[in-house]
Design a binder for this molecule. Structure first.
Ligand SMILES: [Zn+2]
Ligand SMILES: [Zn+2]
Length: 222
């Protein structure tokens, strides 16, 4: 275990060789590649992260009913593996059960709501260098990664951390915080995203927190 409380995903001894059943990996990777639009190393990594993280919380992939109501996933990058985590787990951005906090890290945290236990699965950069050893004779580095990540032991692919996640009540799946009218423009602000500014309740746009700026004229094609 290192100073961040990280530990190798496999633990010690024979456990070091642990990996999920290949049939399960292949079934989930096939489904995620179909949903994502192509088969890439990120699909295999995301599927393996989902299987490993949920198994440590006592669940199997994909989550069935009612287990799916008990888990929140937080992906830390807006890349291929986010789609794989969604397909493999059944968690969804549109249901508040999957969240993106883009830290630019190949990592996913799974939070078990009933117990409050949370496990963070972090992809190990060294796995890329090992890929060729696990898949000799593959035509490209990407093909080697896809083939190798199917079979590599959990401990080679990932580090695990037990963490505490402080999810605000408004971020909980199924939360229904009150809708508050913006005192600047009148739109209803949902999901607890109201900004208090100078004694007023404002939407993000009126509070100057928008991700866009408004144009006076329609944008023209170049
Ligand atoms: Zn991809
Ligand atoms: Zn407003």
């Amino acid at each position: 275990m290192d100073h961040n409380g990280r530990q190798s995903a496999g633990g010690q001894g024979l456990v070091h060789e642990q990996r999920p059943p290949l049939a399960l990996v292949d079934q989930l990777v096939e489904a995620s590649a179909r949903a994502h639009g192509h088969l890439c190393p990120g699909q295999v990594i995301g599927v393996r992260m989902a299987i490993l993280g949920l198994s440590r919380l006592g669940y199997t992939c994909p989550l069935g009913w009612p287990e799916i109501k008990n888990v929140v996933g937080i992906v830390e990058i807006e890349r291929c593996l986010a789609d794989a985590v969604a397909t493999a787990t059944g968690l969804r951005f549109g249901r508040g059960s999957l969240k993106l906090i883009n830290l630019g890290l190949l990592a996913v945290t799974f939070l078990d709501l009933p117990s409050g236990r949370a496990v963070r699965v972090v992809s190990r950069d060294q796995a890329r260098d090992l890929a060729a050893q696990y898949a000799p004779g593959t035509p490209s580095p990407q093909a080697a990664q896809v083939a190798a990540y199917r079979v590599m032991p959990d401990a080679e692919l990932f580090d695990l951390q037990w963490v505490r996640v402080n999810l605000p009540p408004s971020e909980m799946p199924g939360a229904r915080p009150p809708k508050v009218p913006c005192q600047g423009c009148g739109v209803l602000v949902r999901s607890g995203q109201v900004h208090r500014q100078d004694g007023q309740n404002l939407c993000a746009v009126c509070a100057g927190q928008a991700y866009f700026s408004t144009l006076d004229q329609p944008a023209r094609n170049p």
